[in-house]
Design a protein around this ligand. Sequence first.
Ligand SMILES: *[C@@H]1O[C@H](CO)[C@@H](O)[C@H](O)[C@H]1NC(C)=O
Ligand SMILES: *[C@@H]1O[C@H](CO)[C@@H](O)[C@H](O)[C@H]1NC(C)=O
Ligand SMILES: *[C@@H]1O[C@H](CO)[C@@H](O)[C@H](O)[C@H]1NC(C)=O
Ligand SMILES: *[C@@H]1O[C@H](CO)[C@@H](O)[C@H](O)[C@H]1NC(C)=O
Ligand SMILES: *[C@@H]1O[C@H](CO)[C@@H](O)[C@H](O)[C@H]1NC(C)=O
Ligand SMILES: *[C@@H]1O[C@H](CO)[C@@H](O)[C@H](O)[C@H]1NC(C)=O
Length: 931
Amino acid sequence: MSSCRLLPAFLLWVWAAGGTTYTLSCGKCETHANSMICPESANQERYTVTLFQDGVLQLQCEKSVKLINFALMEDCSFPTVSQLDVLGCPLQSVSFGEIALKLGARPENITSLKLLGDAQHLGQSLQHWHLHGLSSLQIFHVRNHHFTKLPHNIFDATPKLKSLRFVTSNLDAVPETLFSYTVELREIDLSSNSLTHLPVNLFRNLTKLTNVSLQNNALSEIRSELFLSVPFLENLDLSSNLLTSIQENLFNGLKNLTSLNLQRNKLEQLSGDVFSDITAVKNLNLSSNLLKDLGSKTFDNLKNLEILDLGNNRLSDLPDTAFKKCKSLKKLYLNHNELTLLKSTSFPYPKTVLTDLDLGHNKIPSPNNVGSLHGLYSSAESYFPLSRQTELKNIILNDNKFQYIPGSFNTVFLKLESVDLSGNLIQEIDLHSLLFLRESVKLNLKNNDIKIIDLSYLWSVQYSKKFVELSLEGNYLECNCMLYQFARMAQGKTPKEGDLFKIRVEDIDNVTCKIPERGTQKLLTVDTRLLVCKQDPCSNCTSYWRPHDEMLIIDCSYKDLKDLPTCDIDNYGIRKDYFITLNMRNNSITHLDKLQDPMYSRLVNLTIPNNKLSFINESYFPESLKALDVRGNNLTALPESLLEFFNITDMNLSLGNNPWMCSCDTIDFLNFLHVPSRKVNDFNDIRCKDEAESLMTISENSLCPFFMQPMVIITIVAILIFLILFAVLGTVSFYKYKQGIKVWLFTHHMCLWAVTEDEMDADKKYDAFISYSHKDEEFVNKVLVPGLESGDPKYRVCLHYRDWIPGEYIQNQILQSVEASRRTLVVLSSNFIESVWGQLEFKAAHSQALQDRTNRLIVIVYGEIPPESELDDKLQLYISMKTYVKWGDAKFWEKLRYFMPHPQDLIKKRHRKRRDTDKLELCKSDSKLSV
Ligand SMILES: *[C@@H]1O[C@H](CO)[C@@H](O)[C@H](O)[C@H]1NC(C)=O
Ligand SMILES: *[C@@H]1O[C@H](CO)[C@@H](O)[C@H](O)[C@H]1NC(C)=O
Ligand SMILES: *[C@@H]1O[C@H](CO)[C@@H](O)[C@H](O)[C@H]1NC(C)=O
Ligand SMILES: *[C@@H]1O[C@H](CO)[C@@H](O)[C@H](O)[C@H]1NC(C)=O
Ligand SMILES: *[C@@H]1O[C@H](CO)[C@@H](O)[C@H](O)[C@H]1NC(C)=O
Ligand SMILES: *[C@@H]1O[C@H](CO)[C@@H](O)[C@H](O)[C@H]1NC(C)=O
């Protein structure tokens, strides 16, 4: 409430004042900062005097004031005051000159008097003396005082008057001689009175008059003489009157007229020459009249016309060259008429600066859409009647009958900023019509019949830096595949980072689209992944195109089909890169041979549950297949090759409700299912035939007993083969490397049981009999014998020559020596071959003695001997035996000792702590003793 009261007060202040205030110090009134309240604030009947710094003195009366008591301000003096504002005060019985004087101002110095009235003071009238004393008055503004009359001589006292505003009063007539003495008048504003006519000579002597406003009166006629004597009139406002016509030469001679307002009259016609003389007019407003047509030359002379408003008339046609010559026309309003046709010739040409054109609320159809064929579409474009208006920035065509967006918007108007095509009959928008020449354009398409916004070729423009702001509410968008790209854009999901082409839907909150059979949904929340269009490439099956994943979904479910369908996809205009989902649920398919058809090469999802498949051959599957649903078929097993295929392709599988045969062969399948990353959707429905339990919960063992499992069998066989191989190889290599092994074992005192001589020779007197050539005596005596007799164990040795009894038959001696010894050592040297072996009897004795016992012969090769081939058979035999050691061999002693006997007791003794009684006898010492 309080703000409602304050508002008018504020407006009064704004109207009347305009400057800063300063302190008053005079009179008997209650003094405030910059004003005096008289007589005092407690009194209801009071007035306030406020002095503003720039010479404005304001007198404001409370509502109840009748007679103002100026005596209270007797001693005040404001000599510099030049403007008196009187707000809400009733007329006094003294002139305003007197009032000025009583308030302390000098009347002869007052140049401006403003009276703001109040509805309370009805019925008062200005008297001719009211302005007396104000000889300098230049501005006299009266507002809201309900004066009905003006005395004809009221201004006789104010010859310097320049501006008269007498608005929102009840004047019904003006005396003809009112302005006889105010030749300085420049502005007369008589708006919002009740004038029905004006005296012909009212402005006669006003040669300086520039602004006349007579708006909002009841004038039905203006005589053509009215403006004859005001040649310099610049602004004339005759709006909101009852003019039905304009006299032909009313404006003649008004060479300086720039603004003419004739809106809200009852003009039905304009005579051809009515504006022919006012060539300076820039702004001509003829809106809200009853104009039915315009003369073809009406505006021809208006070379300076910039704004022409013809809105809200009854124009059904524009003359061929209506505005053709208005070469300065920038804004043309033709809204709310009955235009059905536009002609390019009507508009400024060849020179045009037209930027704003409002053709809203007419009946204009799309250019040339009568009988328009698709082929003619582009040529129809060139006939768009506004195509020549290349400077157009704002085009308003709302509420007409456009069925499509004229291509000129996208190809001609370089400076286009906004297009309003709301309330038309547009049904479809394509990318082309959203691609304007200018970088940023607002396009209002509210309340059309738009069903489709097809941005299929969005990729082709994504790098053109364009921004379109759309208004779209009140259309009938269909949530189908055609809307996919647009819906994504509107939802702010531009296809790629860095795309420059952008669309913003300004009223996205109110834009809905219709989902077939499911009502409407807000575009903002539509799940674009589900947008599809019905297609028809397969007879008897329903197909859908889903742009989200470029999927052709062929739905042949519940059709009792015996085979997969054949579809005419290639001729269906589907994009090159597409995928196929085939849904064959609940049919009678027994085989999938048809998958070899090239049409299925892009199959990614084969859904074929509840059919009669009993086997699947992976070689039919196209490489692209990613999901397979074979639930509820007759499958009993999946061959290993198929499992391998599933494994490689990482297929999404549904396998349940098949009569799986469970046996050891099923283990592969079970293992396949147990891989954690396996994409099987229905583990729990995979059961063995006639079993309630899911296959996944059955253990391998109960599916196939342990020993039956192929892996177990294979493992056992493998181990056996390995063992046999190992045994064979071990034996072979043992025999091949037996000696080496044994020597090594012996010298390292390991596994001595294995290398122990049998007990056969236990009673032999000597350990070794050494047969040699006497020429090698030194080696034998100094090296060989000491080596054997010392060392560990110590051997008893019987020596050829040394230990033999002289004279005894040599053959016997050899035989005895060999018999008495566990080993026979032959020092085989060239000397031996020459001297000893040469003796026949010696050879014979050797042969005989060693018959069948060659294993006890140890050949010690000493020095160089002739090549084997030159030796005789017997020697060759000896050498070929492995029981020979070569002097000079690094392991000579180790080998020799190995070939030497190692009796059991000797070994046993070794195992004891110490052995001092084990010194072995030699045949030499023995024989010495016996000598
Ligand atoms: C006011 O009028 C007096 C004479 O009446 C004159 O001398 C004076 O200069 C005027 N003051 C202003 C500010 O015009
Ligand atoms: C105004 O015009 C009338 C008629 O032409 C003339 O008689 C009168 O003298 C003029 N007044 C002045 C002040 O010029
Ligand atoms: C009338 O217009 C002309 C040019 O069009 C200009 O030179 C002249 O000053 C104007 N006259 C007045 C009184 O404004
Ligand atoms: C949506 O419609 C409501 C009611 O019709 C309106 O008030 C609101 O301003 C509209 N929102 C937009 C963004 O246009
Ligand atoms: C389509 O279905 C009709 C009846 O359901 C059948 O007669 C016709 O053979 C089918 N066509 C194909 C191509 O399967
Ligand atoms: C395969 O297509 C069916 C419909 O035919 C659908 O329900 C299923 O989700 C699809 N599978 C995959 C992995 O896309």
